[in-house]
Design a protein around this ligand. Sequence first.
Ligand code: DC
Length: 225
Amino acid sequence: MSTLHALATMIIAIDGPAGSGKSTVARRLAAELGLTFLDTGAMYRAVTLAALERDVEPMDEHACGELAQSLRLVFDVDGRIRIDGKPGEPAIRSDEVTRWVSAVSAHPRVRAAIVPQQRSQAGRGLGIVAEGRDIGTVVFPSADVKFYLTASAEERARRRALERGEPERFHEFLADIQRRDHHDSTRHDSPLKQADDAILVDTDGTDADGVVAKLLEVVRGGRSG
Ligand code: DC
């Protein structure tokens, strides 16, 4: 197989906690390599948004599972999610959705509805860069390259405050990140965890350019073609 062909069909998994910069880095890595970007968190956020809009109780596993099965979730050419044909951004990023998404995504029935849709993206023979919490461990355990991005909770809260232009909310963001870290890594089904064969990348003190450069070096350097 030629190097180009190998790159075009490769699956790259990027996992890590909330605010570790996965989305920015995964999106840019995909663009650099000409691969499809798959934001799996957006799918759980879409289910959470739909639950809140339709008065489905976020703690009700059965109802959330049925809702997840019924939604048509597709990504547009820019990798932005559409929910039953309508744009999910920016509503899926609201504080309310962020507050509930850990609970909704912890339901096994929700994951059972969503994970096959994530796998079918790769089934179409397209190379993808997928980011989430369980990509290297559960969704694509045989991904070609796996990364696990981390940064301290304080650094992640600082980045969120900067991104939002709301430095006064640093402590609120920190508490939210710590709550989600705990929830995402202690849940029973597919907890956030580094795959044994994932490369650990600590992003404290490194900007997005630096992290993307590092990942590209691994991906390009690691393929002999
Ligand atoms: O990456 P994010 O903040 O958009 O993810 C939102 C939530 O979705 C996160 O708190 C945990 C959940 N999630 C998940 O359980 N599995 C994934 N593969 C991606 C996200």
